[in-house]
Design a protein around this ligand. Structure first.
Ligand SMILES: Cc1cc2nc3c(=O)[nH]c(=O)nc-3n(C[C@H](O)[C@H](O)[C@H](O)COP(=O)(O)OP(=O)(O)OC[C@H]3O[C@@H](n4cnc5c(N)ncnc54)[C@H](O)[C@@H]3O)c2cc1C
Length: 392
């Protein structure tokens, strides 16, 4: 084989472009689409494989639940984004990899060849850890399926004989915001459905302290907020079972509840076990600082489904968003035969956690602040991010 043909195979050419297949339309991949759309290269062909045609921006989901945003504010239309960026869209569910042939396996039995593959497929709920959770709990993740579950819940809550005792399990930022946002929505809209806001009760159960990864001031601020809003907070209680009418803790405490939102830890998508890739003990794809799989340089992973072995970070949308630019750069470099560059995500990030309505608490390291202005700042920032993927 001549040197020319080797270069052609490894770097791509206009006649024989390198195939990059992106799996999942998560927060990192929408940036990759935009980046390649703005700087197209005829030597590279991009394909997005996604099981959902719309993808929500996690930072705005609490506002959607609270009734402060419409669906269109929060969802990115992947068909439009692909059309605007010249990306081929394959509406399908990935189920595994044939690493030897470099083919992505799809649920309908077909497969898709790739030169480089990137995974940004999020996480799935780990309902098996709590008895009865699959039957009686409402799993908030994966967020791709969140809206249909939420709409179904609202419909039930507004029925004359619908659930009234609402419990959340999980005291992380997502769980806290979700419960307070739902309370805000119900108190605002219940009268229009002929219901008294007083008919509803709210409780949050968490295995450790509330907002365990945040500083003491932030935790205390939310304890106070819960008390002010009449939301019962039960800390350091691990839920053992969810029944149709109650949540039961390891200690045997029974909390009456007829709608239970589960926002505890989620698990890696099971099908990653069919990829042959190196996975961590929780089933997430192990990647190095270039976001490449530790045992297959042709495969990248980012967002919640990736385990950054050198720089482990919590699974949060903010890290999936930040992985977008280095992922786009490294996919381009790898496709063109250049060396991908390492990326070190910052250790801390500013979290703006809403208290249900248009008010937020800021948290970063030991920093703590709160105010309506923080919610306004968050809204401005979130809408600016969304415009990048909607105003094409
Ligand atoms: C209610 C709620 C509020 C949250 N609020 C915040 C917040 O304020 N800040 C924050 O940082 N984080 C927040 N999070 C966490 C955040 O949602 C996740 O960390 C984030 O969505 C992860 O992004 P991702 O890109 O990894 O994957 P995702 O956004 O989950 O995207 C995965 C995509 O992959 C697609 N997909 C999945 N499996 C397949 C498959 N087999 N084949 C093809 N496509 C597939 C899905 O359709 C989806 O489009 C919140 C989560 C929830 C549920």
């Amino acid at each position: 084989m001549s040197r020319g043909s080797v270069l052609q195979a490894s770097e791509g050419s206009t006649a024989n472009p390198r195939e990059i297949v992106l799996v999942g339309g998560g927060h990192a991949h929408v940036h990759v689409l935009r980046s390649f759309g703005r700087h197209p290269d005829p030597r590279i062909r991009l394909t997005l494989v996604t099981k959902d045609l719309d993808t929500p921006y996690s930072g705005m989901l609490p506002g959607l639940v609270a009734g402060l945003y419409d669906r269109d504010d929060v969802y990115i239309d992947l068909e439009k984004l692909c059309a605007a960026t010249g990306t081929r869209l394959v509406h399908a569910t990935a189920t595994g990899l044939d690493q030897g042939r470099r083919h992505l396996l799809l649920a309908d039995g077909s497969s898709l060849p790739y030169d480089l593959l990137s995974l940004d497929v999020g996480i799935t709920p780990a309902l098996d850890r709590i008895a009865g959770a699959a039957e009686h709990g409402i799993a908030v993740k994966p967020i791709g399926r969140f809206l249909e579950k939420f709409d179904a819940l609202l419909e039930r809550l507004y029925r004359p004989d619908g659930p009234r005792r609402i419990a959340g399990i999980g005291g992380g930022a997502g769980g806290v915001e979700l419960l307070l946002s739902l309370r805000h929505r119900l108190l605002r809209d219940a009268p229009a459905h002929g219901l008294s806001p007083d008919a509803f009760s709210f409780a949050l159960v968490t295995a450790g302290d509330i907002l365990a990864t945040h500083n003491r001031h932030v935790q205390d601020a939310f304890r106070k907020t819960f008390a002010e809003q009449g939301v019962r907070l039960i800390e350091n209680a691990r839920v053992r079972e969810i029944r149709a009418d109650a949540v039961v803790t390891e200690e045997g405490m029974e909390l009456p509840a007829d709608a239970v939102l589960v926002t505890t830890h989620a698990a890696a998508p099971g099908w990653l076990g069919n990829t042959g890739l190196a996975l961590d003990e929780n089933g997430f794809v192990k990647v190095g600082p270039t976001l490449q799989s530790l045992d297959d340089r042709a495969v990248f992973a980012a967002g919640d489904c990736a385990a950054l072995v050198e720089t482990p970070r919590e699974k949060a949308g903010v890290y999936a968003v930040r992985a977008g630019p280095p992922l786009a750069r490294n996919l381009r470099s790898a496709a063109l035969g250049e060396a991908p560059q390492p990326w070190r995500p910052q250790k801390r990030h500013l979290a703006l956690i809403s208290t249900g309505g248009k008010h937020a608490v800021a948290s970063r390291g030991w920093l703590y602040a709160r105010g309506d202005w923080l919610w306004t700042a968050k809204e401005w920032n979130d809408r600016r991010w969304m415009r990048k993927y909607k105003d094409l």
